[in-house]
Design a protein around this ligand. Structure first.
Ligand SMILES: [Zn+2]
Length: 316
């Protein structure tokens, strides 16, 4: 079911020229900069606009998402000139050259009376953007800000704090990836992952490094900004819940018991440098059997190799 209500304004040279889009390459995000103005208020404003050229396709507030211009028509949303670079108007998104108004759909987020994008508006806008991505075969990465296109400070809350824009795109990506899962699940790091201190913010500080192949229990019912809380050996941080990209769902480790005091090699061959030692009776996890018959084993963030032979290692 669509989350978007269609109620088109009349064709009007100032807001709905009636021309067709040539393609839909991007979704452009805006804010109304009009505290307390609802989606319906903006329908009325743009239906009657006579003194300037402006518009966008869809207006989202706390109660609805209103599409005022058909998704295959031009809206006057992002061809403004904010600055010049080498004598030409600044255009930051090459896929939208030469005139973004012919190649993108625009979403305006309404503000509450204090000028905030409320959680209800944010969440409804996630639903709208995900629906548009599906219809127009776009990805979350195809969502841009008006700011990215022309340099206008719009949506100002997402220009002043770009982590909010990242959080939005992550939420859309999660929505597009299918039904988010429920409950707790064990996952295994596909590679060393830099677990961060801020949820949903790739620019936040490092909390700790999660070694490749290590297991973490995540909670799908407790995502923060679309990220998992990661608890590992008494340390805590956050990482994107994009499972296919960063985590294995199946345990890649096979546990072996050392049959003697063993020195694992740093390379899968004899004669190279040493890696780590394990004592007789201790366990070690192998993550891969190589084509030459050697096992790739892990200890913390280190790798060590030995031949897959019961002289050295037996499966637990
Ligand atoms: Zn804008």
């Amino acid at each position: 079911m669509s989350v978007i209500t269609n109620d088109y304004i009349r064709v009007n040279q100032h807001s709905r020229p009636g021309s067709k889009l040539t393609v839909v390459n991007k979704i452009i995000m805006h804010y109304t900069a009009n505290n307390g103005g609802t989606a319906r208020n903006h329908w009325g404003y743009f239906n009657n606009l006579t003194d300037r050229y402006a518009s966008a396709h869809i207006f989202v507030d706390d109660i609805e998402a209103l599409c005022i211009i058909p998704q295959n028509e031009v809206a006057y949303q992002a061809n403004d000139i904010q600055k010049y670079v080498n004598g030409s108007p600044y255009r930051g998104v090459t896929a939208l050259l030469s005139n973004a108004n012919f190649k993108a759909i625009g979403i305006e987020m309404c503000l509450d009376k204090k000028g905030n994008i409320t959680a209800a508006t944010f969440n409804r806008t996630v639903d709208v953007a995900a629906e548009l991505c599906k219809i127009h075969k776009l990805k979350a990465a195809d969502i841009v800000r008006h700011y990215d296109v022309t340099g206008k400070i719009c949506p100002a809350p997402w220009v002043n704090n770009s982590a909010e824009f990242t959080r939005f795109k992550n939420a859309v990506a999660l929505k597009l990836s299918g039904n988010p899962k429920k409950g707790k699940q064990w996952l295994y790091a596909k590679r060393n992952l830099y677990i961060l201190k801020g949820a949903g913010d790739w620019t936040s500080a490092l909390a700790f490094t999660l070694p490749q192949h290590s297991a973490v229990q995540v909670d799908w019912d407790n995502l923060k900004n679309g990220w998992f809380e990661i608890n590992y050996q008494g340390k805590k941080g956050y990482y994107s819940a994009s499972v296919a990209n960063y985590f294995d769902e199946k345990n890649p480790n096979v546990t072996y018991i050392c049959q003697d005091d063993l020195l694992f090699r740093a390379d899968p061959k004899w004669g190279g440098p040493p890696s780590f030692r394990r004592k007789k009776g201790e366990t070690i996890n192998a993550v891969e059997k190589l084509s030459n018959g050697w096992l790739k084993c892990t200890l913390g963030t280190q790798y060590g190799y030995l031949p897959d032979s019961t002289t050295y290692l037996k499966k637990k």
